[in-house]
Design a protein around this ligand. Structure first.
Ligand code: FAD
Length: 296
């Protein structure tokens, strides 16, 4: 890893625990280690909200190089290691043609993923981007039907979005949501966010799509397991997801019990923002990172 991490005013151990490195080689190395313990992987090249078309193009090139490297190491086949993409990192926030640029850029990443026999999931960002992200998803899915979406249970709209996306072939990652959102669009109370998560899970598990349960919350994981069983779902018809470095022992336990477990691996120079944003945005996330320093 480059010396930016050595110089950071954040403990190196903390950074390394959550972000395996800055380069494609670091991400591929982490993916290989995770695959060796039967965990699947989704890799995020860190960076978001770019207002520079050159930077957006660099992000696309990095994803394409990453996907080739994963294929060369035989890590990506059958979707075992895929990529997660923030549309704001590939141009969505650019003035004028941002949405079109992001669509074209995302399409290039989807093509590279297809060549590597794997998939792309579009991360979800703050609520001002939800409609644009879902409309880009719909366009991409015409050519790449396995492109995944992310829905956030803290948003009031999400139950309806779950109904719309719980269709055959549709991959939907359900998370609580990580951005600071106003009460006009999002539940503010963590209990309400959790209740919404359960309502959304019920819709996704009862539907025909492929639910991806992204949470470290043991209660929600238990509920997801119970719903999968109630709906007679086979173990390969849904998956659990957690972040790199969080509840690592539980990740392997879930995988060892015969469930599919995918780990979200962020890498890149922009790691500082990733850590700080998570800690700053929601008090729950600060607790979440502090707790992980003492527990596994
Ligand atoms: P929390 O409310 O943070 O934690 C709930 C419970 O989990 C805790 O009470 C505790 O019991 C347990 N727990 C949590 N951490 C630990 C720990 N370290 N050790 C022991 N127990 C612990 N957000 C977005 O907005 N957009 C995205 O695209 C997005 N993608 C994501 C992808 C993945 C794979 C994951 C896992 C999360 C993603 N998120 C995304 C972040 C998500 O929205 C939440 O901010 C984050 O996951 C924390 O929520 P939680 O469900 O884990 O529950």
């Amino acid at each position: 890893m480059r010396d930016t991490i050595e110089k950071a005013p954040v403990s190196r151990a903390v950074v390394h625990r959550y972000v395996p490195g800055t380069d494609v080689a670091d991400a591929v190395g982490a993916a290989a280690e995770l695959r060796a313990t039967n965990r699947m992987v989704t890799i995020d090249y860190l960076g978001e909200d770019t207002l520079d078309a050159g930077q957006a193009a660099h992000t696309v090139d990095t994803y394409v190089g990453l996907l080739r490297a994963l294929a060369d190491k035989e890590l990506s086949q059958f979707g075992a290691a895929e990529v997660s993409v923030k549309l704001s990192a590939v141009g969505q926030a650019l003035p004028n043609d941002g949405e079109k640029i992001a669509l074209d850029n995302a399409r290039r990443i989807c093509e590279a993923a297809k060549e590597a026999d794997t998939t792309v999931t579009l991360d979800m960002e703050d609520h001002t981007t939800t409609d644009s992200t879902l409309s880009i998803l719909a366009e991409l899915r015409q050519d790449f039907p396995d492109t995944g979406a992310v829905l956030q249970s803290y948003l009031h709209r999400t139950e309806q979005d779950c109904r719309d996306l719980a269709t055959a072939g549709s991959r939907v990652r359900l998370c609580k949501g990580a951005y600071k959102e106003p009460a006009s669009v999002a539940y503010q109370d963590s209990e309400d966010v959790d209740l919404s998560y359960v309502r959304c899970l019920k819709i996704l598990m009862a539907g025909e799509g492929y639910p991806m349960i992204a949470s470290h919350d043991p209660r929600l994981i238990d509920i997801a397991r119970a719903l999968a069983s109630r709906h007679g779902r086979e173990p390969d018809s849904y998956e659990f997801q957690m972040l790199y470095g969080i509840r690592t022992d539980e990740q392997t336990r879930i995988a060892d019990r015969g469930h599919q477990m995918r780990v979200y691996v962020p890498f890149g120079e922009e790691w500082y923002g990733y850590l700080m944003r998570r800690m700053a945005e929601r008090p729950a996330n600060l607790q979440f990172f502090l707790r992980s320093l003492v527990t596994k």
